[in-house]
Design a binder for this molecule. Structure first.
Ligand code: CUA
Length: 352
């Protein structure tokens, strides 16, 4: 597909690619026209006013009209570029709501992916064609940058905070993935592939791997393992010592210092790793930090679990825990589990 080693311009294989290219060629076209005009004038004037030529050399007095023309003339062109690119920018930033959710963890020097079903991959990401895919990305160490030229997306992947990107591939094929931020000795080898498959092939591929835990289920297991429920769930004898997590995702949260936060992925991650940064109004700063105990993949799974919690079960029933759980949570109150095999809404709610 793109094994042609020398390619002046990358293949276009996403819905956004031709539109970015249109803007790119528009700007390039204007640049070429203006550069040519200037070059022609330079050559013309150099010949006309060369020393031997007998021409009028009295200094040219400023002409207001001419000056206004070259100040105001380019304005509409610049405004077109501004609105055009702003519109594209918003589109690149806003993933469609029904996007398939993929978790990406970058580290020196590999890309780790997790499909919504829980299937993991390293340096290769399989996706279905004609389906928007949203990536939630974080780095375990230094800054990396997720770059797929054929999709015209490039997004920094940072330690300590989530960034997102999305694309909708519209051509079946295999495309290059690069790290586009110098990240150490083997930066140039931090490459991978995005394999775009038909929906049927993708489903076959997913079914072919050995069964893996969905992120929300794995998160539920961590929730048990770290005994999160001992504070976040009320018991019959005792009210919860920490805020309920059911239905929390995406909601505003009032903080003890009067501010309001939104319970998005970033907020949840921070609350797990640095719980004292934002204390919820009405609660004590009791929670220990889990920094260094739970890795980034674990945090992503915990967030998937919290997302999957049903707001109706605000008593703290946790649907995912125990479904494939181990005995790690022994000793804590038995989780209220639905029928075996009940799966919570997946990491972001996609149905592969
Ligand atoms: Cu990772 Cu360069």
């Amino acid at each position: 597909m793109n094994d042609a080693d020398l390619q002046l311009f990358p293949e276009a294989a996403s819905t956004i690619a031709p539109r970015i290219d249109a803007l790119f060629w528009f700007i390039t076209g204007i640049t070429v026209v203006l550069s040519l005009a200037i070059a022609v004038m330079v050559v013309f004037l150099a010949i006309r006013y060369r020393r031997k030529n007998d021409v009028d050399r009295t200094p040219y007095l400023p002409n207001k009209k001419l000056e206004m023309a070259w100040l105001i003339g380019p304005l509409p062109i610049l405004l077109v570029i501004f609105f055009w690119s702003a519109q594209l920018f918003f589109e690149i930033r806003r993933a469609p709501h029904d996007s398939m959710q993929v978790a990406v963890v970058g580290r020196q020097w590999m890309w780790k992916f997790q499909q919504p079903t829980g299937r993991r991959e390293i340096d290769v990401l399989h996706v279905p064609v004609n389906r928007p895919v949203q990536l939630t990305m974080i780095s375990q160490d230094v800054i990396h940058s997720f770059y797929v030229p054929a999709f015209r997306i490039k997004q920094d992947v940072l330690p300590g905070t989530y960034t997102t990107a999305w694309f909708e591939a519209d051509k079946v094929g295999t495309y290059h993935l690069f790290c586009a931020e110098y990240c150490g000795t083997s930066h140039s080898r931090m490459v991978g592939k995005i394999v775009v498959m038909s929906q049927a092939d993708y489903e076959n591929w997913l079914a072919g791997g050995k069964a893996q835990e969905m992120p929300a289920v794995a998160g539920g297991r961590l929730f048990e393992q770290y005994r999160c429920g001992s504070c976040h769930m009320a018991t019959e004898t005792q009210p919860a010592r920490a805020p309920s997590l059911a239905g929390l995702f995406g909601k505003p949260v009032r903080l003890a210092d009067g501010r309001t936060a939104t319970a998005d992925q970033e907020y949840l991650r921070e609350s797990i790793l640095r719980p004292n940064d934002k204390i919820v109004a009405g609660y004590q700063p009791l929670m220990p930090t889990f920094q260094g105990q739970i890795d980034e993949e674990g945090v992503l799974q915990l967030i998937a679990y919290i997302k999957s919690l049903d707001p109706a079960s605000s008593t703290g029933a946790h649907p995912a825990a125990g479904a494939t759980g181990t005995a790690a949570g022994a000793g804590s109150p038995p989780p209220a589990v639905g029928p075996s095999g009940t799966t919570p809404s997946t990491f972001g709610g996609s149905k592969p």
